[in-house]
Each structure stands twice: as C-alpha cells, then as structure tokens.
Design a protein around this ligand. Structure first.
Ligand SMILES: *Cc1c(COP(=O)(O)O)cnc(C)c1O
Length: 232
C-alpha cells in the first residue's frame, strides 16, 4: 500500500521533471512521517525511502534510534531554541531556520559538538500571518548574518506555500523562492550555497518540481490523512 503510493509520487515527480526539462536526479522525495507510527516508517523504508521529515523534536528523538542508521532525518517544523541541543548532530538538514537568534543557538551547539549543521532559511513567501519564516526582504540580510556563524552552513531556502485548492495558485510562490535563491547566489556570500530548494507538499509538489524544487516534502499522498487525535 505505502509502496504503491511512494511509487506513484515518484512517477509524478519524474513526469514533472520531464515537463520542466529537468534531470530526475535533481529532486529528492522527503517522506513526511510526522504523527505516523514506526511500522509505517519501516514500510516506507522497505520501499526505498531514506529521507524522512518530522516536525517535532520529541518525535525525532523517539524515531531516530528506532530506524536504520542510513536514514537522513529532516527537521521541517518550527524549532524552539531550547530544543536545538537535542537534534544537532542527529539530523541531516534543518529546513526551518527563520531567525538569527535560532541560527546563533544552532551555531553554539555545533561548535560545542565540533560539527557542522546544514540548514535552510525558511521564507514566508506569501506573507501569511499564520506561518513562520522570514520575509523575502529580510532573507538576504539573514543569510549574510548567518554566514558569519561558525558551525552553520546555509544550503538553500525552504517555503511552506499556502493551502490552496488549485496547485497552480502556488506557482508564483515557488517561482519567487527560486528567484530569491538565484539573487542570493549572485551575491556570492562566503559560506552560503543556494543549491537546495525545499518546496512542495502533497497538494502542489508537481508544480514545485516544475519550478525548481530539489526537495519535495510529501506526507498525506504516501500515508493518507494524519489523525491528530491519537498521540504517537
Ligand atoms: C506536514 C508537512 C508537510 C507534508 O504535508 P502533506 O500535505 O501531508 O504532504 C510538508 N512540509 C511541512 C513543513 C509539514 O509540516
């Protein structure tokens, strides 16, 4: 069941790549497993998933030791500064850095553990009040400030697009994030690369791939609807 769903998503990604003239290898599917039990993650792993996305530190702490070591864990949810210490050194990429204070905390912890943490800057492209993320205008400044911190490496940008009925409505959001990453790349800031664009979820990942996503974060299309009434 999960295997078929993953294959389906992968084939839609491949088709979107073809439409956009992109190489399929440029796009990685992140299996978003938040709220899902280990058995579901294991099924996805058996079907080939190696990149998993979670949005809560506690859930990551529970799931990381229970899954094979070659899983790449992606922190995609809002991160509180006091929880940074639990995930530094354990996750592959933090997608949700949206303030200098948070980046400073990650830097402190990385230096302490003598490691480097790869991060993305989360941009609230559509300026939704309900969402975390920096404004488009603030992003360049934030990238410049974070670039000076030891132990932190900016790999690119992430956005959570608005919930819409028609994914076409988000095309401009994705295009804007791509353009912003090109603009920042042209500034040649030391220690900042813009090779990663994390954008697109179940409702709109195909459009995101057409517009340049390198990571798509897909949960519902793989595992079905999430049930928040049961605690995991
Ligand atoms: C839950 C979540 C997703 C996955 O959303 P689906 O619509 O279930 O695919 C992607 N990105 C973030 C940041 C999320 O919190």
């Amino acid at each position: 069941m999960i295997r078929e769903k993953i294959e389906r998503v992968n084939s839609f990604i491949a088709q979107a790549c073809e439409r956009a003239g992109r190489d399929r290898e440029e796009v990685t599917l992140i299996t978003v497993s938040k709220t899902k039990p280990l058995s579901a993650l294991q099924e996805a792993y058996a079907a080939g998933s190696r990149d998993f996305g979670e949005n809560k530190v506690q859930e990551l702490m529970d799931k990381i030791p229970a899954m094979p070591e070659d899983v790449r864990w992606h922190m995609i949810g809002h991160l509180q500064r006091n929880k940074v210490k639990y995930i530094v050194g354990k996750v592959y990429l933090i997608h949700s850095v949206d303030s200098l204070k948070l980046a400073e905390e990650i830097s402190r912890e990385a230096v302490k553990k003598q490691t480097t943490v790869n991060i993305l800057i989360e941009v609230n492209v559509a300026c939704e009040e309900s969402k975390f993320g920096t404004t488009v205008e603030e992003t360049v400044w934030l990238a410049e400030q974070i670039s000076k911190l030891p132990g932190v490496h900016i790999q690119g940008l992430m956005t959570i697009a608005p919930f819409v009925e028609d994914p076409e409505e988000n095309r401009l959001v994705f295009r804007k994030l791509k353009q912003l990453s090109v603009d920042i790349e042209h500034k040649n800031i030391d220690n900042v690369s813009m090779s990663v664009l994390s954008m697109g979820m179940t409702g709109d990942y195909q459009v995101a791939v057409e517009e340049g996503a390198t990571y798509v974060r897909v949960g519902t299309a793989i595992f079905g609807e999430r049930d928040y009434s049961v605690s995991v």
